[in-house]
Every structure is written in C-alpha cells, then in structure tokens.
Design a protein around this ligand. Sequence first.
Ligand code: ADP
Ligand code: MG
Length: 339
Amino acid sequence: MAKINVLDQITIDKIAAGEVVERPASIVKELVENAIDAGATTITVEITDGGISSIRVIDDGEGIAEEDIRKAFLRHSTSKISDAGDLTTIATLGFRGEALSSIAAISMVRLTTKTHDRDYGSLYEINGGSEASLSQVGAPNGTTFEIQQIFYNTPARRKFLKTPITEASHISDLLTRLSLSHPEISFQFINNNQVKLHTTGSGDLKDVIYHLYGREVASNIRAVTFTGKNLQVTGYVGNPSINRGNRNFENFFVGGRYIKSNLISKAIEDAYKEYTMQHRYPFACLLLSCDPELVDVNVHPTKMEVRFANTQQVYEDVYEAVHQTLKIEEHIPQVEAPL
Ligand code: ADP
Ligand code: MG
C-alpha cells in the first residue's frame, strides 16, 4: 500500500514558518524590514504582552496594490527579485519571499494597505494560512500589519515563548539596531501603551545615538572614517571611559544589515586593549561596506551571520579603523551632543 503523502500548502507553510518565526521579535524584524524596503520614512511598532498577544507595525511606504495582496502571502513570492541573476545585486533587506506566508501560517493577520495611486485601500484578513476576508476600505497611504495570537495553532512552539518582558526586550534590541542602521527613518516603539524608543529620522547617526543612549554616551563618541584594503568603515566608537560589562554596546552593520561577528568584536576589543580593563567592552556603532563579492549575506534565513572571503583582512581593517580613531583624537576635546 502506498505510504507517502504530498503535504498540502497550509501544512508546508506551517513547517517552514519554524525557519523564519522563532519569536515575536522575528515577526517584528520581517515586518519592519518590509516597511524599510517599501521606502517608509516613519515606522511605528506597537506591542502588547511582549508581542505574544499582539504586534502592530505601521508604515508610510508604497503600500501593496489590491491585486498583489493574495500573491504577497504565497511562499516564495516577492517583488524584490525575479531570478537567480538578481541574487548578486540585492539592494533590499528581503528577497526570499518567505516572511508573510510564514507569519500568516502561525498567527492571525490583519493587513490594511493603500498605494499612492488609488483613492481607496484594502483590508485583508488571513488566519492560520486561510483567507478570512478581502475588502475595500478607506486608509492612509502605506501599510499596517496587525498580528495576533502568535503560534495559536502550534502549541508546541508557543510553549517555548519566554515571558512578555524577555520577548519585549528582544524587540527593543532589534529596533535599536534598525534605528542605528537607518538614521533617515523615524522609528517609534510603543510597549503596552508606553513609548520606549523614538528617533527623529533626521538622517544624522549621532542624533540617533543621542536619542537611544542619552547625552552621556552621545557626548563621548568619536567619528570613524577609514578606508582599508577590504572594508570602508564609518560610524562612531566610544571613549574608553564609557565601557560596559557586556557586549550590548557593540553594534555593527555590513551593507546596512545588522550582523553578529566574533571576528569584528575581537578586532574592536583588541584595538581598545591598551585603554580598557579586561572584561569591559566599548561602545561601537560601525557601518562596514565592501565589494559585494567579498561577502556572502545569504548564509542563514534570518541573515544575521555573514561570511567574509578574507577574514584576516577584515580583522585588520576593523582593528586599524578603531585603533587610529582612538589614537588621533585622543587629545581633542569632545563636542557637546545636540539637544
Ligand atoms: P520579501 O520581503 O522577501 O519580498 P515577504 O514575504 O516579506 O517577502 O513580502 C512579500 C512581498 O509583499 C514583498 O516582496 C512586497 O512586495 C510586499 N510587502 C510586504 N510588506 C510590505 C510593506 N510593508 N509595504 C509594501 N509592500 C510590502
Ligand atoms: Mg520581507
């Protein structure tokens, strides 16, 4: 007797959702990255109970046309690439076309969206991967996603959620990094009706650092501008005096994406060695750019790790960028942060 079943699409999406959606912060990441890709200038994220009961992401980007809405929720559907050739020149944060289908598979989604060229918007509801409604509504330009009851239909995964406070802190960390990598966008984060983070969107990274970390930090940082053999490094590093007991103060971005990298952490920390005590970590917000051929960003679905072609050179470039900044500006008095 035949034993093999071909799984239906809803089951396939539910299984695949495990790759993309680990916790509420994964949903916020995907939705905010979509808002950035849509050219938004203001993005508001509102959560209740750490995002476990609800997440709302509001943007003023280009919106989704009525006739594209159903397609946007299909697996591997994207407006950002059209074939494998485009993979070498990705200019957007998304490109896999997996987020919306994955999110919809494990939660209840309500989407309100309007493009600039229409005078009405659309409201679409999809629960556990099954369409519930599609109708025309009045709406401002842009897109609002409301996600409720994450993992309501996958109880095994729901059990792995942490407390609302822990889940909210993951979201807060994420929005801190997204704000740093996009000074031109005004971000607002509201947790249980309280504003937790608000940046102006002025385009000035120092201004973002001031709004996120306060005057003490913003008036103790030095600008970095360095061109090495592999990398161009810009951003800010802190005076050695504003160190911390953990690495939460270290942020780095490659081609605008936040990444985790022991190699880069080590290069930064080694450059601080002569200035700080052991087990103290510096403030750093470094933007690295390099020839796309020297870095592979396509390593993991959540895209937090990257692979460099020449790790030794990357280490040396980052080390030199920080080392020279610390040396050169040592005796220059620090300017006051903007108000
Ligand atoms: P990807 O971002 O990899 O393309 P997603 O599943 O995240 O895939 O989104 C599918 C498509 O839905 C996107 O390619 C885009 O066209 C559209 N989309 C999603 N979110 C937004 C948004 N906030 N504004 C405009 N379009 C959006
Ligand atoms: Mg996306």
